[in-house]
Write a protein that binds this ligand. Structure first.
Ligand code: PBG
Length: 325
């Protein structure tokens, strides 16, 4: 026998030497929920270990992130009042806008990305303005652009539209540019599937649609080519980073998109992925830490360069300890 694959698996040194997937803390993004009110740090029941923070309590979590070496975060807002037009999404003193001002003042070295969508702000929980029972695409673009602009004016370093309306990247790009924000990047949730894996997030944000579902704007998970179509469209519209979401059941899509698209590729390991790991681990059915590592590495191995995960702090620690990366 001349070829013996086991030769390069003999001990930890050589295994690390020949590793094909290498990761770095700088590629992690931590999703964070901010909520209207004061002195709130409430655990999300379906996402044990994740919390909603009021603006006054946010700095404590930002400090923990900075200590862990996680320097990028994605903000989600939960407003006190929701209405038909989601007006708190673009209010100057909206929850995300206030969180940005506070965060930027206290922890200026962190990188602030904001989720741009209407569903956390609308009384009906859909991702845009309604016309009958359907989300009206072109009217929604105006509100999304306004939201993105108000985030940037409040200090966002990058905006990330997650609504899946047609043409929103271009609409946002144009409004940002007209207002002198030519250098602010857009990370597009370009390849976003209608997924039951978002369930715990919707509990966290109170954003489950009051009727129907999101299938008329988010993608059907039977489709692969359509994912590529969405990614290519957003590249044309000026997206700077392309995201695939969810991650775990969509590694084929991550792989394909990363081969075809000459932009950084992000993958979002969503709330349902987090909740499954937490639930199974609490029952002693799986080893939590090993599962976190394996999920992360598989996502990078598939081709993601950026990883959004509720396990960002844990992963940063595992990378520091040399357990992965
Ligand atoms: C807003 C949005 C959602 C998520 C990110 N942005 C929910 C949804 O589309 O229903 C999901 C994130 C997660 O599940 O962790 N549209």
């Amino acid at each position: 026998m001349i070829k013996r694959p086991r030769r390069i698996r003999g001990n930890e040194n050589i295994r690390r030497m020949v590793r094909e997937t290498r990761m770095d803390k700088s590629s992690l993004i931590y999703p964070l929920f901010v909520i209207d009110g004061e002195n709130i740090e409430e655990e999300i029941p379906t996402m044990p270990g994740q919390f909603r923070y009021s603006v006054d309590r946010l700095p404590y979590e930002l400090e923990r992130l900075e200590m862990a070496g996680v320097s990028n975060l994605m903000l989600f807002g939960i407003p006190a009042v929701k209405d038909e037009a989601g007006s708190q999404a673009y209010a100057e003193d909206g929850i995300v806008q206030r969180a940005l001002r506070e965060g930027k003042k206290r922890f200026p070295d962190l990188y602030y990305i904001t989720d741009v969508c209407m569903c956390e702000y609308t009384s009906h929980g859909h991702c845009g303005v309604l016309c009958g029972h359907d989300v009206e695409n072109d009217q929604t673009l105006k509100l999304l652009s306004k939201t993105a602009l108000s985030h940037v004016e409040a200090g966002a370093d990058m905006v990330a539209p997650s609504d899946m309306m047609d043409g929103r990247i271009l609409a946002i790009r144009n409004l940002l540019d007209e207002n002198g924000h030519k250098e602010t990047p857009i990370m597009s949730y370009a390849v976003k599937y209608a997924s039951a894996f978002y369930g715990p997030f919707r509990d966290a944000a109170g954003s489950a649609p009051a009727f129907g579902d999101r299938k008329s704007y988010q993608m059907d998970y039977h489709n692969r080519k359509e994912g590529m179509k969405e990614a290519l469209l957003d590249v044309e519209e000026g997206a700077d980073i392309i995201m695939v979401k969810p991650a775990l059941s969509y590694l084929d899509i991550i792989s394909e998109v990363s081969k075809e698209i000459n932009l950084p590729i992000a993958a979002y390991s969503v709330s349902g992925e987090y909740a499954m790991v937490k639930a199974a681990a609490s029952l002693g059915y799986i080893e939590e830490e090993k599962i976190i590592c394996e999920m992360a590495v598989s996502t990078y191995r598939a081709g993601a360069e950026i990883y959004l995960t509720y396990f960002a702090k844990e992963l940063a620690q595992f990378m520091d300890e040399g357990r992965i990366g």
